[in-house]
Design a protein around this ligand. Structure first.
Ligand code: PBG
Length: 322
């Protein structure tokens, strides 16, 4: 069949046709809202480069989680900012650490919410790197041992899913092992398997107070010029026991989501990161873009690429718009 019998515009003629024929749909149930919880503060403080996002106190975080739950958002991911940092990130696995307290407070109030906890050391170490540091080098294996302790302490505090975001080699295997040895064999691991060394994380580092004090993260996070390496990262983490994979950032990396989904048929998520949020917010505040339109479009694009879930600072807004 060809023009003039074939007319592809015929099926775009009106909303009723476009609607019934749309192939992909963004749903509230796809969304995970990040929450920053800061130790030792009494109220929520807005993050300057992320309008509408806050560093919450322990109390206000629990209230916020209730609001998120009542909006019909199924899940949150927690990031902690400890009152004191040190050179080895001890607060990350402290029994009364900020995340450990936040998880149990939120779980008590929000029975339906799936609480994911981010596992990393950058917020907890004074030098701001995701791994332990010796003589300016990021150490892999000692970091993995610490990350496993952090994961276990989160599981003990009630975390529903642990999510390592550090990009060390071998951490998924170590986390799976320690969880299994301690009867948490049913706690899933959401691995940030493919995390690129991205300029889009800058506002997050302000929010989580986790900017590296020297150098950058390029020796552990991936080079944006690589794609097949992303598949090796994905495969390695699946072999080590990862249950869900995450690609990060989202904008600019939908090809990676698509390739992982095609190749491994596993649950895949992506993280629409702080810089994606800041960029659209800034343009919207200037009146240069229609925020709702842009956000619906970019997030739908991620679903089209194959994402099963989306970690996004817009979860609250999307829940109201959808
Ligand atoms: C590191 C971590 C980062 C983000 C989440 N976990 C960034 C980094 O490498 O500094 C970024 C998330 C965002 O930008 O929204 N543990």
């Amino acid at each position: 069949m060809k023009y003039p019998i074939l007319r592809l515009r015929r099926l775009r003629e009106n909303f009723k046709l476009r609607n019934i024929l749309s192939e992909h749909v963004l749903l509230k149930k796809d969304l995970i809202q990040p929450i920053f919880v800061k130790e030792g503060v009494s109220s929520a403080v807005e993050i300057p480069s992320m309008p509408g996002q806050f560093q919450f106190s322990l109390k206000s975080a629990a209230r916020e989680a209730q609001k998120i739950e009542s909006l019909g958002i199924p899940s949150v991911i927690l990031f902690g900012i400890p009152a004191k940092k040190d050179s080895s990130g001890r607060e990350a696995f402290a029994k009364k650490g900020i995340i450990q307290k936040a998880v149990s407070a939120i779980k008590k109030k929000c029975r339906r919410l799936l609480v994911v906890t981010d596992i990393c050391l950058c917020e907890y170490q004074s030098h701001g790197h995701c791994g332990h540091v010796h003589k300016g080098k990021i150490l892999n294996d000692p970091t993995v041992a610490t990350l496993a302790r952090v994961a276990l302490s989160h599981a003990r505090a009630g975390s529903d899913i642990v999510a390592p975001s550090d990009m060390m080699d071998g951490r998924v295997a170590a986390i799976r092992k320690i969880l299994d040895q301690n009867k948490f064999e049913h706690t899933p691991i959401l691995s940030y398997a493919v995390k690129y060394a991205s300029g889009f994380y800058a506002p997050f580092r302000e929010a989580a107070e986790s900017a590296p004090a020297f150098g950058d993260r390029a020796s552990y996070q991936m080079n944006p010029a690589s794609a097949s390496e992303a598949l090796r990262e994905a495969e390695t983490d699946l072999n080590e026991g990862a249950d869900i994979l995450l690609v990060k950032p989202a904008l600019g990396y939908a090809d990676i989501v698509y390739r992982i989904k095609e190749k491994f048929h596993c649950p895949v998520g992506c993280y629409s990161v702080s810089g994606e949020y800041a960029m659209v917010k800034a343009a919207a505040l200037k009146g240069w873009l229609d925020e709702k339109k842009i956000v619906m479009e970019t997030h739908l694009g991620l679903k089209r690429a194959g994402a099963n879930l989306i970690v996004t600072y817009w979860a609250r807004d999307l829940a109201k718009w959808l």
